[in-house]
Design a protein around this ligand. Sequence first.
Ligand code: DHB
Length: 395
Amino acid sequence: MPPAPTRTTVGIVGGGPAGLMLSHLLARDGIESVVVDLRTRHEIEETHRAGILEQDSIRLLVDTGVSDRVLTDGYRHEGIELAFGGAGHRIDFEGLVDASVQLYPQTDVFIDLANARERDGGDVRFGVTDVSVVDVTGDSPGLLFTDAGGVAHEVRCDYLVGSDGSRSICRQAFPEAQRRQYFREYPFAWFGILCEAPPSAPELIYNHSDRGFALISQRTDTLQRMYFQCAVDEDVDAWSDDRIWEELQSRVGANGYTLKEGPITSKTVLPFRSFVQEPMRHGNLLLAGDAAHTVPPTGAKGLNLALADVRVLAEELERAITKDDGALLDDYTTRALGRVWKAQHFSYWMTTMLHLAPDASPFDVRRQIGELSMVVSSTAGSTYLAEAYTGWPVP
Ligand code: DHB
């Protein structure tokens, strides 16, 4: 027996930060939604992602009543170090653009949002299977899934949103003839670790070296996050703790830093890719976050872009639903993509300025040093970096 269809206003595929934040913002406007995710809540909580929140992302969490934890448990960073050519150079965000960022991991953003949805009685189903979207160009698109208890559901909606990450199933519902996809691959990846040690520096160090890029980030007073550039097909098992520390120390040592070492509790390889799909709307299906665009991790724009998307999308959906006029959503792609392409450029720029391409010539490496020297010695250069890093205002 097929399930009897139920109704909601917005069906959301993907219960990561983008989907949960959208559901939260819609609920504040009195708009009902159902969120589904293939992953269990525990699986999402165990996935380590980036840790830097732009000013507007922080405000969105605090001002809409998700949680204040980003302010109490996060760490305010008023600048970063750009390390190259034998020394570190500070980019002073406060001094340059009167802004800062907050070090607060994506996992905690997810936990805050999941708790807030639970607190407010939101309908969020984790650990579902067999998710599909149907009739996306019709008046009553459908969200089909089987819940964690094995019961099949059909939810009919006014609008569907795909916030289901870079392997989005919702993106597949866009006919090929009506979408354009833009890609860039990179010939390297990041090896990411978590380690039990005190912080090695008060702020993040973006470190250029002849052996490749390294990023020294933090989590808490006793847990640190670090990354180093590696091969796309790097074998995690080939890296003992000793070998990792030797590699990291050698890269940052070239610029005068020494890391505080400790037991490594997590080792993963992170892929690098730039991707954008245009448009972000097909009929009554809209995409948000990684489902529509991916950036390489340098500069930590992924989560911030996803939050900026759903902030715009919640506004647009509220107008379209209140005025019962779907044409009002035509603006969404244009408003979201303006920021997306700026972030694509920023992430690409930071990546190519700091990483060592496998075929880099001595000219290429010296040219990078020239570029980095320009950034740190010019107010215009460092202001661009500071402005992009702390985030552009939402249009
Ligand atoms: C982190 C990740 C990033 O990609 C970045 O640019 C800065 C910080 C992090 O995980 O802490």
